[in-house]
Ligand binder design. Structure first.
Ligand SMILES: NC(=O)c1ccc[n+]([C@@H]2O[C@H](COP(=O)([O-])OP(=O)(O)OC[C@H]3O[C@@H](n4cnc5c(N)ncnc54)[C@H](O)[C@@H]3O)[C@@H](O)[C@H]2O)c1
Length: 285
């Protein structure tokens, strides 16, 4: 089965751009959020991404119009009944995600693939929110931010995900220009486990007064060849989310992922990162 009609739930930082990359690949994408204003905001942001964020070499105004026309915003999940694959990208909260899955389970076609873009919650646990018959079609698709630029997708198999569902979801990601890797349903999957180990060490260095965030970012970029430093990346993904994911990793693996006090402090101080204009760095709003 080739996926032509998708649905994305949650039009935030991730969901909006996930919709974009599939729309750019010529797919029809319904984009859902709880309020029309969130959808309007998302489409405005995507239009700007198409203007500035993507190589314009082969890009014309017509391509932009066609891409944006492939995205159908809706606040009504009932509209998702003809979708062949639905990707959930709402808040990183098992309860909120669970409510969404329970709702769409009653609406979607029985063959529809259901994917979660969770950063850290077990796919098997999330799949318990849909009927047993649908659990074979439930997978994890972990995209990376900014989605229009980052090629990787971790494809996660839950305990009951079928080989066919994984294959169809993998191919859909390839159609959208992504390079999928297969990862088992372990908490944090592969990339976030490595990333949080690095971040915790970077945070320790700042706590010890050994280095400033700026110098650590320079060290990682110039010494390790990372395109973005850890503190710049934390601000991009949002420190609030980083702490949520850190707590989930600690629950699963114990002390080795204990979120650092300085991360808790910066979140309590409201410095979520780029989104709010202040994190480890200050940003023009
Ligand atoms: N931020 C990252 O770098 C990153 C990377 C990979 C995966 N993720 C995961 O992607 C998901 C979304 O993260 P984000 O950074 O885009 O968050 P975000 O806060 O920017 O966006 C979440 C969106 O979901 C919407 N939403 C909440 N409840 C909803 C509901 N019941 N129905 C429809 N829409 C609803 C919100 O209104 C908001 O627009 C999370 O699970 C997160 O862990 C995030």
């Amino acid at each position: 089965m080739q996926i032509a009609k998708l649905g994305v739930i949650g039009a935030g930082m991730m969901g909006a751009e996930i919709a974009l990359v599939f729309a750019m690949a010529g797919k029809s994408v319904m984009l859902n959020d709880t309020a029309q204003e969130r959808l309007d905001e998302a489409l405005k942001k995507l239009s700007a991404v198409l203007d500035t964020g993507i190589s314009r070499k082969f890009w014309t105004e017509e391509d932009k119009t066609v891409t944006l026309a492939n995205i159908i915003p809706t606040t009504n999940l009932q509209d998702f009944s003809d979708r062949q694959m639905v990707i959930e990208a709402v808040f990183e909260d098992a309860e909120v995600k669970g409510q969404v899955f329970k709702k769409i389970d009653k609406i979607l076609d029985p063959n529809c693939i259901v994917a979660s873009n969770t950063s850290s919650i077990s796919i098997t646990v999330l799949s318990a929110n849909v009927s047993e018959a649908r659990q074979k079609n439930f997978v994890g698709l972990h995209f990376f931010s900014p989605v229009h630029r980052m090629k990787l997708v971790e494809v996660i198999n839950g305990m009951d995900s079928s080989a066919e569902a994984l294959e169809v979801a993998t191919q859909a990601c390839k159609d959208a220009g992504k390079i999928p890797i297969q990862v088992k349903d372990v908490v944090g999957f592969a990339v976030n486990r490595m990333l949080f180990a690095l971040w915790n060490e970077a945070l320790r260095l700042v706590e010890e007064g050994a280095c400033t965030p700026e110098d650590i970012d320079i060290g990682c970029k110039l010494g390790l060849g990372h395109p973005v430093g850890p503190f710049e990346l934390m601000d991009l993904t949002s420190n609030t989310l980083n702490l949520q994911v850190g707590n989930i990793l600690e629950d699963a693996y114990g002390d080795r992922f204990h979120p650092r006090p300085i991360l808790k402090q910066i979140v309590a101080a409201g410095r979520a990162g780029r989104k709010v204009g202040r994190g480890w760095y200050k940003y023009e709003k």
